[in-house]
Ligand binder design. Structure first.
Ligand SMILES: [Zn+2]
Length: 188
């Protein structure tokens, strides 16, 4: 090893060691659940794309969940973000359709975002799946046919429906209520 190479190697090691800190400093709080300033334009009709088109518009994790019926990790960063969010609506990350709102959100302690009902029932559809070897009711976006999660009934939660829409937060976009609009609803 030459004497010139050693300092270079040391520099390389120093840069590599600092890289995680540089990445954190550059991107400190980017949430997994995208937060929008206002409700996005709602699709006028069903949204159909090829797999290649979906891959261009979704993150790999969103693609895995929405298009391949995947499931996000329970009790992860997404659940933390969801629990800390205030009032607002939740739209499909695939097609922007409004699906849920904080008014039907409840804390099921299951590790995934939970709602007792959709906010826009016509935008959410269900189907039966047997992926785990027994029947479960799958929840899909009615507009882009993306997989959102599952709905379970009769678990004894103290909610108006006794349903738990167990939804992958990764495939939602959050639109906080404007303060002015939220205030009158709170007074009811
Ligand atoms: Zn959708």
């Amino acid at each position: 090893m030459t004497s010139k190479l050693v300092p270079r190697l040391l520099l390389g090691v120093a840069v590599l060691a600092a890289t995680p800190f540089l990445l954190i400093a550059a991107d400190p709080v980017k949430p997994i659940i995208e937060v929008l300033k206002e409700t996005p334009a709602q699709p006028a009709q069903t949204v159909e794309k090829t797999d290649e088109e979906w891959k261009k518009t979704l993150t790999p994790e969103q693609y895995r969940i929405l298009r391949q019926a995947g499931t996000e990790r329970a009790n992860g960063q997404v659940y933390k973000e969801f629990k800390e969010q205030g009032g607002g609506t939740y739209c499909c990350a695939g097609c922007n359709t409004e699906l849920f709102s904080s008014k039907e959100k409840f804390d099921s302690h299951c590790g995934w975002p939970s709602f007792y009902d959709p906010s826009k029932a016509k935008n959410v559809k269900t189907a039966t799946d047997y992926h785990l070897g027994y029947a479960r009711t799958e929840v899909r976006c009615a507009v882009c046919d993306g997989h959102l999660g599952h709905v379970f009934t009769g678990e004894g939660y103290d909610t108006p429906t006794d349903k738990r829409y167990c939804i992958n937060g990764t495939v939602l976009k959050f639109v906080p209520f404007p303060e002015a609009k939220e205030a009158p609803a709170e007074k009811k």
